[in-house]
Write a new protein. Structure first.
Lengths: 281, 149
């Protein structure tokens, strides 16, 4: 009697000993923080288009932005020297200059606007004076220097979330001496959990609860048939938004890797099976 | 005949009368009011007059170079787009296969995976990539919300 009930319970769930085990794999990604690196060809093309655009630009209406007789106009005039005048007594072998509003309309107009901070070119001094007279952080007139696109973690910390800011990173863990995406199997057959719930609970179990993540969808995006372990791995896609993956078990090794690095770390067959899920940016 | 010593006579006026004439020394002043001048200045910033550069007149060789560059760019973009399209197609297929497989393996899980996600919202914390990273590239101090009972 008891065995019959047990069999019925077992049959009701997918984790039968006969069929493949249903498991949930989490594809946790950290989205790029900064824009993608441009390819060399893109860089060249944008430069070419920019030059064309500058060549075809209208003359800068200086009189509108810098009123005559003001200090700022004087500074503007100091920075922007007038082009060569069209002197009738001089022969110009490469064509006569055509000046309109003190711009040679045959070429692009190169403008230098007066800055609120002192430029090195203007002061003509080295870096030593710069360092000594470093402007205060709250000084509104200071020069704005953007943060570096590469961080300290880029050097050789593959567990940091701050590495490779321009790329999508994926979480991989080491299990049975092999790098894989974190995979979770239902332990108790008492209750049936949805795949995304299983993945979430598994993630909290191995990585702590200090993770803010966004589950893209409850539907799995891929199924990987793991014939070695007789497992069906349904892959759930998520993005980590803030927080940190802190391994609860000391021995657990994990890495945040880009697509190319995953290719080196994962099994060949496994990688080719999931490669289309990974972003190349 | 012109005689400088003779008193000048202007027709219509009797000789010897005073002629009033306003004369301002130095730069000539414009007759426009200040507000008119301002509008004229603003319009001059917008107008194309005397501001347009010389027309680009490429020689045949340069024209061919330009076309080659633009064609190469179009090809580059087309390939990129094709790659993206193929990847999306593969992803769609793999979702479809996974769901079909799940339906066969476990209908209950299939139902749970297909359930409508009520009240699900796009996370506000998700960032749009910028050209340069923020001073603190990643937010570490996150703690989950306490569940209200």
């Amino acid at each position: 009697m008891r065995s019959a009930v047990g069999r019925a319970v077992v049959r009701a769930y997918s984790t039968q000993s006969s069929g493949p085990i249903v498991s949930s794999t989490l594809l946790l990604s950290r989205n790029p923080v900064i824009t993608a690196e441009l390819q060399p060809f893109e860089n060249q093309y944008y430069k070419y288009q920019n030059e064309l655009w500058r060549r075809l630009m209208w003359t800068f209406p200086k009189w509108f932005y810098f009123r005559e007789g003001t200090a700022s106009e004087q500074r503007f005039r100091q920075l922007n020297k007038n082009p060569v005048a069209n002197n009738p007594d001089i022969e110009f072998p490469r064509g006569r200059p055509e000046l309109r509003h003190s711009r040679d309309r045959r070429f692009k107009q190169e403008l230098r606007l007066p800055k609120t901070y002192k430029e090195e070119v203007e002061t003509g001094e080295g870096l030593e004076s710069e360092a000594s007279a470093a402007p205060a952080q709250d000084d509104l007139a200071r020069k704005i220097v953007p943060n570096s696109r590469t961080t300290k973690a880029d050097e050789n910390d593959q567990t940091s979330l701050e590495r490779r800011l321009a790329r999508t990173l994926y979480l991989v863990i080491k299990s049975n001496d092999k790098w894989t995406l974190p995979n979770f199997v239902e332990e108790s057959a008492e209750e049936l959990k949805a795949l995304h719930v299983l993945a979430e609970e598994g993630l909290y179990k191995i990585g702590g609860e200090q993770i803010n993540y966004f589950n893209v969808s409850n539907t799995p995006c891929h199924v990987y048939n793991n014939s070695n372990e007789n497992k069906k791995e349904y892959i759930i896609k998520s993005h980590i938004l803030s927080g940190e993956f802190k391994p609860q078990d000391e021995s657990l090794q994990f890495l945040w890797l880009t697509k190319e690095e995953l290719e080196k770390h994962l099994d060949r067959a496994y990688y080719t099976d999931i490669a289309h899920l990974l972003s190349s940016v | 005949m012109f005689n400088p010593f003779r008193p000048s006579t202007i027709s219509g006026f009797p000789s010897g009368s005073v002629v009033l004439k306003t004369f301002v020394r130095g730069k000539r002043q414009s007759t426009q009011s200040a507000s008119t001048k301002k509008v004229v200045n603003q319009l001059s910033a917008l107008s194309a007059s005397r501001k347009q550069p010389k027309l680009l007149n490429l020689c045949n060789e340069d024209l061919i170079k330009h076309r080659t560059i633009v064609n190469a760019w179009k090809m580059f973009k087309r390939r990129e787009e094709q790659r993206r399209h193929n990847q999306l197609k593969k992803q769609y297929k793999s979702i479809y296969n996974a769901m079909e497989d799940l339906k066969q393996t476990s209908p209950k899980l299939f139902e749970l995976a297909n359930a409508k996600e009520e009240g699900k919202r796009f996370p506000l914390e998700m960032r749009v990539p910028t050209d340069f990273p923020p001073t603190q590239p990643w937010v570490y101090n996150y703690s989950p919300k306490k569940e209200t009972k």
